[in-house]
Ligand binder design. Structure first.
Ligand code: HEC
Length: 141
């Protein structure tokens, strides 16, 4: 089990960093300007890297802090750049995964925290995949 995680986590982190997000979004995003939104979204990446670092160094304090920061971000209005039911579902799944990470970090359970991180990463990927499909106007995922 540990072996799998040791391989899966860095692999996912690398995959995540390579995910090209869709090119030019057509939608306007209300109040926040495009660049504000981008830097807001990039903060997600910073926090998720901090979780990975915490996992690698077994620093539960750092894991909990970063996952809580991510949860807080996901509750801000800029997060809801899209308001479709599916987007909100993805957001909810993402927060659920983060809650697992936070709880596991508080319990100092490295394996569960690592699994939670993998799950959270899958949610990053799934929401971005949804957005790409949505922007491309395609109906198939
Ligand atoms: C619920 C949906 C959702 C989830 C989950 C999500 N994102 Fe995003 N992400 C977005 C949206 C929306 C944008 C802005 C682009 C857009 O409007 O299509 C974005 C943009 C980004 C960008 C900026 C990309 C660019 O083009 O500059 C990064 C980096 C990013 N996300 C990283 C992450 C990471 C890392 C995670 C997981 C920890 C994550 N996202 C989870 C919805 C999501």
């Amino acid at each position: 089990m540990k072996r799998i995680l040791v391989i899966a986590i860095p692999a996912l982190a690398i995959m995540l960093s390579m995910i090209p997000l869709h090119g030019k979004p057509q939608e306007q995003t209300g109040k926040a300007s495009r660049s504000q939104l981008d830097s807001f979204m990039e903060m997600k990446l910073e926090h998720s890297k901090a979780i990975l670092e915490g996992l690698a160094t077994e620093d539960f304090e750092q894991i909990a802090k970063a996952s809580q920061a991510l949860t807080a971000l996901s509750l801000e209005s800029s997060w809801n750049a899209h308001t479709t039911e599916e987007y909100l579902d993805h957001s909810a799944d993402f927060r659920r995964a983060l809650n697992l990470v936070t709880r596991a970090a508080r319990e100092e359970n490295l394996d569960r925290a690592a699994l939670g991180y993998v799950n959270m990463t899958v949610q990053c990927i799934e929401c971005h995949r949804y957005l790409r499909v949505k922007h491309s106007g395609d109906t198939k995922p």
